[in-house]
Design a protein around this ligand. Sequence first.
Ligand code: HEM
Length: 516
Amino acid sequence: MSSSTDTLSIARTLAIAGAAALGLLSVKYHDRALFTEKREGIPFASGAPLVGGLIRQLRSKDVVLDNSLELMQEYDTMTIYTTALGLPPSIMTIDANNVEYLLKTNFSNYVKGPQMLFCFLFRDAMGDLFGHGIFVANGSQWKWQRKAASLIFNVVNFRDYFTEVFIKEVDLMSTRIFDKKAESGKPVDFHDVIYKFTLDSFVLIGFGKQLNALLSKDKVPFAASFDICQSNCFERFVDPFTNLRDMLKPILHPGSLRIKQHLEIIDDFAYTLIRERREQMKSGGDFKDLLSRFMNAKNENNETLSDKELRDTVLNFIIAGRDTTAQALSWTFYNLMLHPRIEAKLLDEIKEHIPGDVQSLDAPEVYEIIKKMTYAHAVYVLRLYPSVPSNVKVALEDDVFPDGSPIKKGDSIFWFPYSMGRSEKIWGSDAKSFKPERWLSEDGELKRESAGQWPAFHAGPRICLGQNLATLEALIAIVMLLKRYKFSLVPSQTITYDLSLTHPMRYGMHVFIERR
Ligand code: HEM
């Protein structure tokens, strides 16, 4: 026999053996991803042979949050086990007791990743963007960061400094952008403008720098790259081809930037901030912003921070301080535009508490008044549009959830504040309605649900450090903007969310503005 006939017959034998092995494997893994185990005692979202739920996941990637709720409804459950080829098997839950247990009661058993994903490269999904910053750190590395950051969140800072910055920045946004749009009658992308407002405000409060994004017509390059990297991080959790697509970008989309190039732009922004602040500190002066606090802090090894650690701090805090609040404000205004009755009621409350101009009051007065505006607080609850709509932790040891679901060491546990906020099992048949009254008691006092039922700001030892800051900023913006303008949606646009770690609007939100 010639050598080419030999090769052919070896190839044929291998192909037959391969097909037979695949056939056998697809009998064993007929409803789940290859090499994943069956799990007793928990509803299982069955999928296609060998790939499990991957196809469903890829098909519904753009509506992944709604998909998680639909999946629960389809199986009539609040907790489910899923598998998808290329991604770790996961437990998904929207059960309030489980969420409270995971975040609070048994906090020490559930940690942040690293989410090692087999995305054609075995890698940590969040590491390149977040480094070792507070959002991804655990144990002593997390503790010192939380302690250092919490120093800026004191009442004096809130009342005397933060309030003043927010009033000034809302005023700038109004005079430089919204007044002009009101005059011209041309629409504006509210979402984009609000992102610039929260970026400017947070960079000033957190890092002591006046960035003036509000004065630039286009998106700040750092912010554009930052958004892309965040989307990419999230995509890695739902699509194992994410990194491959990035690797092929130079061939498939010549001229477009790869993730590592976006990361360079982001790093450049962060390192410039750090360099400038180091120089200012060398030449004296008493700086009390977040960056300066971190420059004076010691890490878990009792060492002062390297530039890389400071870079991680800057980026983690920008996502915390800019994105979440911008999104919360955008979705709140969206809801208000859709619900004129609620907008009118809110405006009544605003006028009752602040009959004149906000600017005629001093910052501590505004701070005290805003605290008392219960209806405004009830409007700004973020139940339907939580800025962190989904989240994940990893189990350190075997455990059992309050609903009886067995948890195995190494499981990824996903929970979905977005789907929880819309679950009829949690909120009743009108779960999807925007109804601030839900949060008010009969005597008009503000009510809060349990930590597990309403995890928009997380719960337990890692509860959001910036909740009061975000609420103050948002309420100042709502009060000042509603008093001055009537916003209305440009017709026929699609308002929906984008795939990301947080909850941005995919196409922005275009509005017409009238002066009141
Ligand atoms: C509407 C606005 C906001 C929402 C909905 C929100 C929500 C959250 C959530 C859900 C987490 C938990 C994230 C996780 O561990 O995976 C978190 C953590 C955190 N948030 Fe916020 N946040 C908001 C604004 C802010 C602001 C303005 C700051 C200001 C610095 C901030 C600082 C932080 C920090 C430092 C953490 C990490 C806490 C820790 O791990 O110990 N947040 N936030």
